[in-house]
Design a protein around this ligand. Structure first.
Ligand SMILES: C=C(O[C@@H]1C=C(C(=O)O)C=C[C@H]1O)C(=O)O
Length: 178
């Protein structure tokens, strides 16, 4: 698997399309990329409960320029970066990167920093005060492989947290449980 940073250079802001603008997507990918519910819940059902999270890296670092633009913060502002793989039946299905400004971090009741291999979704979808912004989609490509991707901002007490999800090749064969 290419690392996120290796993939990240292949797309720029203009590649992200608002899902409400109905960019061309097959029915299969529309179900996965435009579902506003918890991806964790959908993957648990699609994998017959054989779901797990593999924490790849969690660091305090800096956002990419595009992430800073999307979060409306300075690229010099430190953020918590969490990178995971979401696995179904012991196979990597999604690569996810969450970028959390430190000003947002302090509003996370159960500290996001201690999540480990528990899903971020369990934190974001259990607190009714957390709101999800618009979904954006793009086709991220690297080394002749296409990666359907999506991202959205979650608002925690009006503070932003950016989640980007890259759907890995096996997901082309996994039906959405809806
Ligand atoms: C936002 C969700 O959390 C998922 C889990 C993540 C994690 O554990 O880091 C990151 C992104 C999501 O794919 C969700 O389940 O929808």
């Amino acid at each position: 698997m290419e690392t996120y940073s290796q993939l990240n250079h292949t797309f720029r802001r203009r590649h992200w399309l608002n899902a409400n603008d109905r960019p061309f997507l097959t029915s299969h990918w529309r179900k996965w990329l435009c579902d506003r519910g918890s991806l964790t819940e959908a993957l648990i059902r699609a994998s017959d409960n054989r779901f797990s999270v593999r924490l790849i890296a969690q660091t305090k670092s800096y956002p990419t320029y595009d992430e800073a633009l999307t979060l409306k913060i300075s690229p010099q502002q430190k953020v918590l970066i969490r990178e995971v793989e979401l696995l179904g039946k012991h196979q990597a299905w999604v690569y996810a990167r969450s970028v959390v400004p430190l000003s947002t971090l302090k509003h996370c009741h159960q500290s996001l920093e201690q999540l480990g291999n528990r899903s971020l979704g369990t934190l974001l979808f259990t607190d009714p005060g957390i709101r999800r912004g618009a979904l954006e989609v793009c086709q991220l490509s690297a080394k002749h492989q296409n990666y359907p991707s999506r991202r959205s901002i979650f608002w925690i007490k009006q503070q932003p947290l950016l989640v980007t999800e890259i759907f890995l090749p096996p997901m082309a064969q996994i039906s959405h449980p809806s």
